[in-house]
Design a protein around this ligand. Structure first.
Ligand code: BG6
Length: 256
C-alpha cells in the first residue's frame, strides 16, 4: 500500500525475493532488534496471512521461538474452525515453556477452536532413547501427521545463540562451532551455504516433510538475523513466504 511505497519497502521486498529465491516477502517497517513492537507487527502480519490459508489447509505444524509466540498472540479468536489441526513440529523441552512449539500449537488451537497434537519429549535424546521412542505408537502417529502436514510455520534462529540459550550438549555446541553453522530452523543447523551441519536428535518434523508442505511461512526479523536468514534461504523450499522487518532486509541487501 501507500505507506509501504513511501518507506521504499516494496522495492526492498522485490530485491529480497530475488536474493532469497522465493515469490513472496513481506517487510515490516523498522528493526525488531531495537523496537520490540516490530516483532508484534511481524506476528500480526503473519497471523493475517495464515488466516487466509485456514479454509484451504487444515494440518498446520508450528515450531517455537519468540516470533512464533508473537503470531499466536495475534490469531483472531472469534472465527472458529474445529477442522483445523495444529501440530507441534518438535518435542521442545529444551527451552522456555512460553516459547515451546507445544505451547504455541496449543494457543493456536485454543484461539481457532481447532485441535492440537503435542509432543512432550526432551530436545536431546541419547541414541538408545531415540531408537526406543521411535517405536512408540504415539511418536509413530506424530510422524504420520508430519507426513500429512500442509502448512509449516517456523522461526529462524542464530545457530550460536540457540546453542548457548538451550541447554545444548557439549557435542552439539562443538558440532555447531566446527561445522560453521550460522542458522537454525526446526531443529536443523545450516552453514552459510545452506548445508545441514547438525540436526538435534529429537522426534520432530523432517526436512523432507517440510519440503512437501504446499505452504510454508518463515518469520524472522532484526538485523542480527540477516546472516541466519541468508543461510537458511540457500535451501528453503520455493513455496516459502518470509515475513521480516526492515532491519533484517537492509542488512541482507548490504551483505549481498
Ligand atoms: C527457537 C526455536 O526457540 O527459536 C527455533 O526452537 C527458532 O526453531 C528460534 O529458529 C527463533 O527464535 P526467535 O525467538 O528469534 O523467534
Amino acid at each position: 500500500d501507500f505507506m509501504r511505497e513511501m518507506a521504499g519497502l516494496s522495492d526492498m521486498e522485490k530485491q529480497l525475493k530475488s536474493i532469497l529465491g522465493i515469490t513472496r516477502v513481506l517487510i515490516l517497517p523498522q528493526d525488531s532488534d531495537d523496537i520490540p513492537a516490530v516483532k508484534a507487527n511481524i506476528g500480526k502480519e503473519a497471523a493475517r496471512l495464515l488466516e487466509t490459508k485456514f479454509p484451504l489447509y487444515k494440518k498446520i505444524a508450528v515450531t517455537g521461538g519468540s516470533t512464533m509466540a508473537a503470531i499466536s498472540k495475534e490469531i483472531t479468536a472469534d472465527k472458529k474452525d474445529a477442522s483445523l489441526q495444529f501440530i507441534a513440529a518438535r518435542g521442545g523441552l529444551g527451552e522456555d515453556v512460553l516459547h515451546q512449539a507445544n505451547t504455541i500449537a496449543s494457543l493456536f488451537a485454543e484461539k481457532t477452536g481447532g485441535a492440537v497434537k503435542t509432543l512432550y519429549l526432551p530436545d536431546h535424546l541419547s541414541a538408545e532413547a531415540y531408537e526406543m521412542m521411535m517405536r512408540e505408537p504415539v511418536i509413530k502417529e506424530m510422524m504420520e501427521l508430519y507426513d500429512q502436514t500442509e502448512v509449516v510455520v517456523h522461526g529462524i534462529g542464530n545457530a550460536e545463540e540457540i546453542a548457548l540459550h538451550r541447554k545444548s550438549s557439549v557435542e552439539e555446541v562443538n558440532r555447531i562451532r566446527n561445522g560453521g553453522a550460522v542458522s537454525e530452523a526446526f531443529g536443523y543447523y545450516f552453514d552459510k551455504k545452506g548445508n545441514v551441519v547438525y540436526r538435534i536428535r529429537t522426534a520432530g518434523i523432517q526436512m523432507e516433510q517440510v519440503q512437501n508442505a504446499p505452504f510454508i511461512l518463515a518469520v524472522a526479523g532484526g538485523r542480527s538475523k540477516a546472516t541466519a536468514i541468508l543461510s537458511y534461504f540457500k535451501i528453503a523450499p520455493p513455496q516459502t513466504t518470509l515475513i521480516t522487518d526492515e532491519g533484517a532486509a537492509r542488512k541482507i541487501i548490504e551483505l549481498t
